[in-house]
Design a protein around this ligand. Structure first.
Ligand SMILES: Cc1ncc(C[n+]2csc(CCOP(=O)(O)OP(=O)(O)O)c2C)c(N)n1
Ligand SMILES: CC(=O)[C@@H](O)[C@H](O)COP(=O)(O)O
Ligand SMILES: [Mg+2]
Length: 638
């Protein structure tokens, strides 16, 4: 913390307008206070801490120099936006971050005019910024477009597609590369090494001196100093960078925690930029909070914590997480089969593949934030005779969809998709919900699509996928803990397209796909107490459907209800198609399909999100009563 006067300046800031009259010394003090406020807020909410701490000075400098919301500041991924939220009218609500009814953990257009573009998936900021820049020049909303993108996010193809286009269009567009040499895990790839070389070759000190010179130019560069400022920009440009080849002016590297450098550079850029410009700022993820700086993930995401010790308040777990069950099963399979390999797109810890990486480094690939590449790379591995497991979150696999169709499915390549974070995920909200994968995979010819009902089933599905060489296969499982069932020692592969009966009852059959089975069983208990005894089956497969099981149940029950943690178009829709094709509806079967509602559900505790979705035990119970016409019990979607 700097040695500054002690009257809090943060208390004077409701919106960035309040910063415009502050001296540079006050802005430095503001940054210190903003950092402390960010740490304090996240200590009570949990969430993404490290990235925000790394951009505190940058956030202050951007809001001091530019005129948001007229100028559009676009945070890539936007997990680093908490300091920005504090400065843009949301300080009073900052301790509601990521909670139900509270502030989103990401930028969101509906939340504030200071969030011109929502994000949470990475590498979209330059495209969006260019869109704003072109809209401005076509007579749309005015103002500068400023994209702040991390070095990790720069591993994704989309960023290059955007720079390629920006370099061609030559619009005034400001890109700030926030290079902290971290993704969630240490970044991988040649681009990351390239960025490191860029600043290894250009010590800060030289730039610092130049930037200090710029300070002496100001505030005049807007008038007669303008030409000198422009010359300064030219001289600061390190020749021959990749960014320049793409048509950007390159400025840097600069020290992203040095307010003098930031202010002088941004003021100069604001005054003089006349095309696409990239400012390369070097920052430290977790900056200013020792426990975050010391952590291997630099405080990327944290539970609530003690501000003094940094100790996190994690709730005790009763069962292993689905992720760890998947990771351990894959290790077991890999021990038996040297052809098994694993691919992650920048989520080695999140997908559990870091264990695989430790044990079988040559067979494990972190390709960076590059889901499209991850899928086609896995397709290539499969075509080359390997047995690749492509481990992605459901929400991020969306980005590689054409690759799934074109490179994997059409060629019937045996890529195994381990789809984590399936269903509603909680605090990350709608952007991270794994709602669509059943729909977008089960409609593809030749795909096998499974969902695990519990962790024992997950182990069986990993074994099934490992043994399946006849085309693509996917299995999905949710975020968080399993249910605590015994895990099979040596899992036997499942018969493809065969579900299982859980209990025999009468009149109504509930067919569950995935971990809603636990809720189905709770509903069944409540129904038993009312004298209703449903049949329950676990479908295991959305594709191929277990036709015998489903048609058998349809033929022997008055009603059939499907339940899944996915949007319309998934398992229930396939069952409906089968029943329709087979004329079962003509014979009077009552059919219901319980799916996620046709809305994006905001962040909340996952159990609450499923209440909002109408997919908890009480909703299933109510659905049974409704379909059997026994009377409502009043459990409605919240
Ligand atoms: C398409 C996509 N894939 C994966 C992620 C998960 N993810 C969120 S932040 C992050 C790392 C981003 O690194 P960087 O851009 O350098 O930002 P930093 O956290 O270092 O500030 C990743 C992999 C994501 N948000 N979007
Ligand atoms: C911002 C982002 O995309 C990730 O950090 C994500 O929040 C991780 O989610 P999990 O906590 O489920 O791994
Ligand atoms: Mg980074």
């Amino acid at each position: 913390m700097s040695d500054q006067p002690h009257t809090p300046v943060l208390d004077r800031v409701t919106t960035p307008d309040d910063m415009k009259s502050m001296s540079d010394a006050e802005l430095r003090q503001l940054a210190d206070e903003l950092r402390a406020e960010t740490i304090s807020a996240v200590s009570v909410t949990g969430g993404h801490l490290g990235a925000g701490l790394g951009v505190v000075e940058l956030t202050v400098a951007l809001h001091a120099v530019f005129d948001a919301p007229k100028d559009k500041i676009i945070w890539d991924v936007s997990h680093q936006c908490y300091p920005h939220k504090i400065l843009t009218g949301r300080r009073e609500r900052i301790r509601t971050l990521r909670m139900e009814g509270g502030l989103s953990g990401f930028t969101k257009r509906s939340e504030s005019p200071y969030d011109p573009f929502g994000a949470a998936h990475s590498s979209t900021s330059i495209s969006a910024g260019l869109g704003f820049a072109v809209a401005r020049d076509l007579g749309g909303e005015g103002g500068d477009a400023i994209a702040v993108i991390g070095d990790g996010a720069l591993s994704a193809g989309m960023a290059y597609e955007a720079m390629n286009n920006a370099g061609h269009l030559k619009k005034r567009l400001i890109v700030i590369l926030n290079d902290n040499e971290m993704s969630i895990a240490p970044p991988t790839g040649a681009m990351s090494s390239y960025l490191s070389r860029l600043y290894a070759e250009e010590p800060f000190q030289e730039f610092k001196a130049a930037a200090k010179g710029a300070v002496s130019l100001l505030p005049e560069p807007f008038r007669e100093g303008a030409k000198r400022a422009k010359d300064m920009l030219k001289h600061m440009t390190v020749g021959g960078t990749l960014f320049e080849e793409l048509g950007f002016s390159y400025l840097g590297p600069i020290d992203g925690h040095d307010m003098d450098q930031l202010l002088s550079v941004l003021r100069t850029v604001k005054a003089r930029a006349d095309g696409p410009i990239l400012i390369h700022a070097i920052t430290k993820k977790g900056k200013g909070f020792a426990p975050a700086e010391a952590a291997s993930d630099k405080g990327h995401a944290t539970a609530k914590f003690d501000v003094v010790t940094g100790e996190q308040k994690k709730s005790p777990s009763n069962a292993p997480s689905y992720t760890s069950v998947f990771a351990n099963s894959l290790l077991d399979q890999a021990a038996k089969d040297p052809k098994i390999c694993a691919v992650t797109a920048a989520m080695p810890d999140g997908t559990g593949l870091s264990k695989f990486m430790e044990r079988y480094a040559s067979r494990c690939f972190d390709v960076g934030i590059a889901e499209q590449h991850a899928v086609t790379f896995a397709a290539g591995l499969a075509a080359g005779g390997m047995r690749p497991f492509c481990a992605l979150y459901s929400t991020f696999l969306q980005r590689g969809y054409d690759q799934v169709v074109h490179d994997v499915a059409i060629q019937r390549l045996p890529v195994r998709f381990a789809i984590d974070r399936a269903g509603l995920v909680g605090a990350d909200g709608a952007t991270h919900a794994g709602s669509f994968d059943i729909g977008y995979l089960a409609n593809l010819p030749g795909f096998v699509v499974m969902a695990a009902a519990d962790e024992a089933e997950l182990v069986r599905m990993v074994a099934t996928a490992a043994a399946h060489d006849d085309g693509p296969i996917a299995f999905r499982f949710p975020r968080g803990e399993g249910v605590g069932v015994e895990i099979p020692e040596d899992a036997v592969p499942l018969e493809i397209g065969k579900g299982r009966m859980i209990r025999e009852g009468s009149k109504v059959a509930i067919v569950s796909f995935g971990t809603r089975l636990q809720e189905v069983m709770r509903a069944t208990e409540a129904l038993e107490a009312k004298g209703i005894s449903p049949t329950v089956a676990d479908a295991r497969f959305a594709k191929p459907l277990d036709r015998d099981l489903i048609l058998g149940l349809a033929g022997t029950h008055d009603a059939l209800i499907c339940v899944e943690e996915g949007a319309v178009g998934g398992f229930g829709s396939h069952v409906a198609q089968l029943l329709a094709d087979e004329g079962v509806f003509d014979r009077g079967l009552k059919f219901r399909s319980m799916v996620l509602p046709d809305t994006f559900i905001d962040q909340a505790d996952p159990k609450r999100m499923y209440t909002v979705a109408g997919l908890n035990a009480e909703h299933i119970e109510a659905k049974v009563l409704e379909v059997l016409d026994v009377g409502q019990i009043g459990a409605k979607r919240a």
